[in-house]
Each structure stands twice: as structure tokens, then as C-alpha cells.
Design a protein around this ligand. Sequence first.
Ligand SMILES: [Zn+2]
Length: 187
Amino acid sequence: MTLLDEILSFNQDFVEKKGYEPYMTSKFPDKHLVIFTCMDTRIIELLHKAMNIKNGDAKIVKNAGAILTSPFDSTMRSLLVAIYQLQADEVYVIGHHDCGMTGLKGETVLGHMKERGVEEQTIEALTHAGLDLEEWLTGFDRVEDSVSRSVGIIKNHPLMDQKVPVHGLVIDPETGKLDLVINGYEN
Ligand SMILES: [Zn+2]
């Protein structure tokens, strides 16, 4: 049985047995917050439990490292939609210790791409087209700096509602302990 078959078979059972009932809620976040965090496997449930966030409480945006790549990337768009369309009144940027993006070098990722069959000329063509692939694929040195940088981009965004607090935190992926990096109420 493939993973897809396994998931579809479980899903059929889940729906038939009305496993969804405890999770029924609306698209508006009851706690009026939007969280931007990392896609790390260790914090799928841990982050929510450690923050007392339940289904229906928050809008959640995730990517590798909780990194805003540009003020007009899809993450920033998601945050703006959460604020202006979906009643999120606070933003929480939450990085985590031991993140896969810590110390990640773009050239390492490009090396793995080549090993798996991406042609050197494809990379060259994209580079000639003006894409800095190495920079695009590079992570960060310190998670606190990355969180601060993302908070700064959000806070200073020209389309941002200046009354919305933007907090920066770092979570321990084992214990769930949150360390405050930026208190958005004070900035
Ligand atoms: Zn991470």
C-alpha cells in the first residue's frame, strides 16, 4: 500500500465515523491572531499545545524557517489577507531552535539538486535570467536575527495596518518553551 492509499483509506474511515466533529469551527480566528512559523515536523502539534491554540483559534502560515523572502512574497500576502479579510488583529512570527534553515548554504542545496538530476545549464540559465539562486536558498545564522528581520519587514510594510502588533518569538522544538524576541505591544 502506498502512502497515498494509506491516507485515502484512513480518510474514508475518518469521515464515515465523523472524526471531524470535534474540529468544526469557522474560518475566522477566535483568538484573532495570525501565526507565521516554520514547517518543522516537531512543532506540528507542539506549537499549538504550547500556545493553547485550538482548531478555529488562529490563522497559520508556514514555510521553511519562517523566513519572509520579500515584502511581496506569498507569505506577506497571506498575513495581509489574514488581517484585512479574516479578522486577525495580531501577528506572531515564531522561529524555532535547531531549525533546518540555520546555517543552510544555498550552494549546498544547489549541489543536491544537481546530484538528483537538475542540469547545470538550467541553473546557469536561471542565474542569467537574474535569479540569485544561492541567496534564495540560503537560510540564516541565528534564528533570533531572522525572526527580528521578518518582524521588521511586516511592521514596516507599506500596506500594513500600523495598529496591528507584530510579535517575534522562538520556540524550543522539544519542550515547547517560548522565548520572546520582540514584544509587538511595545514597538
Ligand atoms: Zn525550522
